[in-house]
Design a protein around this ligand. Structure first.
Ligand code: PGA
Length: 252
């Protein structure tokens, strides 16, 4: 285990109402009680648009930041029915934002659109959690590295402020399925992503997280892989018990 910062980021997806604030409060009080987890870890909960402003006003946690899950690619107000811009999320209290999630790519989001979203979110000084990942078919065809490289190159440029960027490697076949990659696959992929930034962008790599079926039972497996800087946690982040057990088991 290294001394680097570790990220535990929840992605609630389409889940939650006003009463779900209890989940965040419970995790917050757990962190107050267990000081050892406060240092060296960054905790974020990416919640639905409808809850960001309510949660931010109602409960400010020293330890848990709020994040959004997507935004519209234009930043100025305009005739975009149903859309919310990065600046509106910032205004509502978000500090982080997930972009390029495979569930949004599946709905038709392209690398070009994601690039615009990344730019608008970085302009607002939001920290971008940029998701990349291959499908099962691409994995079986040995295309993983090529797919990830293209996703990075098409949406991220050297001009972006990489200090406000986090990469989340989320194999599509692993999201919500209970299947996770093998250790040796993860090591190879994480090294590739980090090298991509160092070689192509000539900059220090942003932190790289793993996401896809992370739960309290499999988290320990990841702790021996020093290349992994943290986790993007979907379903398990909708339960304070599971989220807390993930933190505890990671450091066991
Ligand atoms: P999961 O989702 O943990 O439920 O697999 C991860 C994600 O989609 O970010």
């Amino acid at each position: 285990m290294t001394n680097k910062l570790k990220y535990f980021i929840g992605n609630w997806k389409m889940f939650g109402d006003f009463t779900s604030l209890k989940i965040i409060e419970t995790i917050h009080f757990f962190l107050i009680k267990h000081k050892k987890y406060q240092k060296k870890n960054i905790f974020v909960m990416c919640i639905p648009s409808t809850l960001i402003s309510f949660f931010s006003i109602k409960f400010k946690s020293k330890f848990i930041n709020y994040g959004a899950q997507n935004c519209y690619h234009e930043s100025r107000y305009g005739p975009y029915t149903g859309s919310v811009s990065a600046s509106m999320f910032k205004n509502a209290g978000a500090k982080y934002i997930i972009l390029g999630h495979s569930e949004n790519r599946y709905e038709g989001e392209t690398n070009v659109i994601i690039k615009k979203k990344v730019e608008s979110a970085l302009k607002e000084n939001l920290t971008v959690i940029f998701c990349i990942g291959e499908s099962l078919k691409q994995k079986k065809n040995g295309k993983t590295i090529a797919v990830l490289g293209k996703q990075i190159r098409d949406s991220i440029t050297r001009k972006n402020n990489l200090k406000k960027l986090i990469i989340a490697y989320e194999p599509i076949w692993s999201i919500g399925t209970g299947k996770i990659p093998k250790s040796y696959e993860l090591i190879k992929i994480f090294r590739f992503i980090k090298r991509e930034f160092e070689v192509k962008f000539k900059k220090k790599s942003p932190p790289v997280l793993y996401g896809g079926s992370v739960n309290p039972d499999n988290i320990k497996m990841f702790s021996s892989i020093s290349e992994i800087d943290g986790f993007l946690i979907g379903a398990a982040s909708q339960s304070h018990k599971k989220f807390i057990d993930i933190i505890k088991n990671y450091y066991k």
